[in-house]
Design a protein around this ligand. Structure first.
Ligand code: FHN
Length: 449
């Protein structure tokens, strides 16, 4: 053990800032947070999330086995609610765990697809409302280790995310149709409730969350859901949040435990004016279900999904786009196709989404806008053109700043576009055809902001 004197001289030499950078690199590489116990501010922990703009939601569990059908009938509604919609008693639903064997599950393949799609973070259902745990839980045998698969899916996925530089987040449902202490019982659930204790159930929740936030390296997001049957105080929400922040000091937590915390969660819709002054993320399905449902082929087009991403970013929000893997552990082909199409568009136009802020324009008739501050007091505007002007004249109303340069973002030749000023608008002369029929981006650098 070197003497204290030597240690002191080494510390003098090693700039403490360098030490900080070394710790940061170790925490990034190992996924371990080097800062447990040091609480970050909201803005500090949200910095990466605000730049990310685009995440992938994964709804996966026993419900992928019936896949929206029960006893030969298609059950209306979303796939992951089949237990409720088909009113399946626990003792008839629970045996599904003996059939859960996703032999085609490959975490590396899922994460590589997410990267190819331009996704920056993944949020996966560790436990949905049916109570089944996709992770190795010490507190129940209604978990992945009691299935023929016997592998901790959350461990494999979090390791793959850490290896590939993708942030990982846990979705955790408070509502639990399986745990005997969860209340209220739903009408199809005839199990006795006299000895049920919701406080004991919350202790179970805290124990499970402790495992989920201790055993899987760095977890970046905690996405609560299903809290609407109780008040925040009945969930002991403040205690749960304090526990999470103690275990993962810069974790980002959503608003669905009944306390606003770090971000709002509009679902299947884009708030008309965003949520000014608040971080928010819209989660959406690609078809009409979160969990896999074999009869649901109502897929949104890739163009529609790309335009939704742009619409959300132009209002200052994040897009959490869902996939529902099959019982064999495969992401459905229509989802794969759309993810690749979005990734192809982002490969060329990603700088107009990542790290941008909301549009300075209230409304543009032909498309949307995002913006990025540049050095020396300039701003880059990204005009996302959904409807290309047939006359080649893109009119931008209300742009009074001096324009420094204008290009098509995807133009490899970086040919400057000519602009003319017309009263309080500028007219950008664009080619007769767009570069990308889904959305072509016109990049305009202006003086000021
Ligand atoms: O009931 C859930 C639903 O199954 C799904 O998980 C969505 C995704 O955000 N959240 C709840 C409905 O708001």
């Amino acid at each position: 053990m070197p003497s204290l004197k030597i240690m002191a001289s080494v510390l003098m030499v090693v700039d403490m800032r360098k030490l900080f950078i070394i710790i940061l690199m170790i925490s990034q590489l190992t996924g371990l947070s080097a800062y447990s116990g040091i609480h970050t501010t909201h803005d500090a922990r949200m910095a990466w999330w605000r730049k990310a703009r685009f995440g992938m939601f994964i709804h996966w569990g026993l419900y992928a086995i019936p896949a929206g059908e029960w006893r030969g009938k298609i059950i209306p509604g979303v796939g992951e609610w089949i237990m409720a919609h088909a009113q399946i008693p626990v003792d008839q639903y629970e045996p599904l765990k003996k059939k859960f064997n996703p032999v085609n599950f490959n975490a590396e393949r899922w994460v590589k697809l997410a990267k190819q799609a331009g996704v920056k973070y993944i949020v996966i259902t560790t436990k949905h409302h049916d109570g089944f745990c996709l992770f190795d839980s010490k507190y129940t045998d209604y978990d992945i280790m009691s299935t023929p698969f016997k592998r901790d899916i959350m461990k494999e996925l979090s390791d793959a995310c850490h290896r590939n530089g993708i942030k990982i987040g846990w979705y955790y449902s408070i509502m639990d149709w399986h745990h005997p202490d969860y209340l209220p019982r739903h009408k199809w659930d005839k199990r006795p409730a006299d000895n049920a204790s919701y406080d004991r159930y919350i202790k179970y929740v805290k124990n499970q969350l402790t495992g989920l936030l201790t055993n899987y390296g760095k977890i970046s997001i905690l996405w609560f859901d299903g809290g609407w049957e109780h008040k925040a105080s009945e969930h002991h929400a403040a205690e749960i949040i304090a526990l999470a922040r103690k275990l993962q000091s810069d974790i980002i937590i959503n608003d669905r435990l009944g306390i606003p915390e770090d971000f709002g969660t509009p679902e299947q819709e884009i708030p008309a004016t965003g949520i000014p002054g608040r971080d928010w993320e819209t989660c959406m399905t690609m078809n009409d279900t979160w969990g896999y449902k074999k009869s649901d082929n109502n897929w949104k087009s890739s163009q529609d999904l790309i335009r939704k991403l742009i619409e959300i970013a132009s209002k200052g929000g994040n897009y959490l786009l869902n996939v529902g893997p099959t019982a064999l552990g495969e992401i459905p082909e229509p989802s794969v196709e759309r993810l690749k199409a979005i990734g192809h568009w982002l490969k060329i136009n990603g700088e107009s989404i990542y790290g941008t802020k909301a549009s300075p324009f209230p409304k543009l008739p032909w498309g949307r806008c995002t913006q990025k501050e540049l050095y020396s007091g300039k701003t880059r505007l990204y005009f996302h053109v959904f409807r290309w002007p047939e006359d080649g004249k893109l009119v931008v109303p209300g742009l009074k700043n001096r324009v420094k340069s204008t290009y098509l973002l995807g133009d490899p030749k970086r040919k400057k576009l000519r602009i003319t000023r017309k009263k309080e608008s500028i007219v950008i002369n664009v080619p007769p055809q767009p570069l990308d029929k889904a959305v072509t981006v016109v990049e305009v650098d202006i003086v000021g902001g």
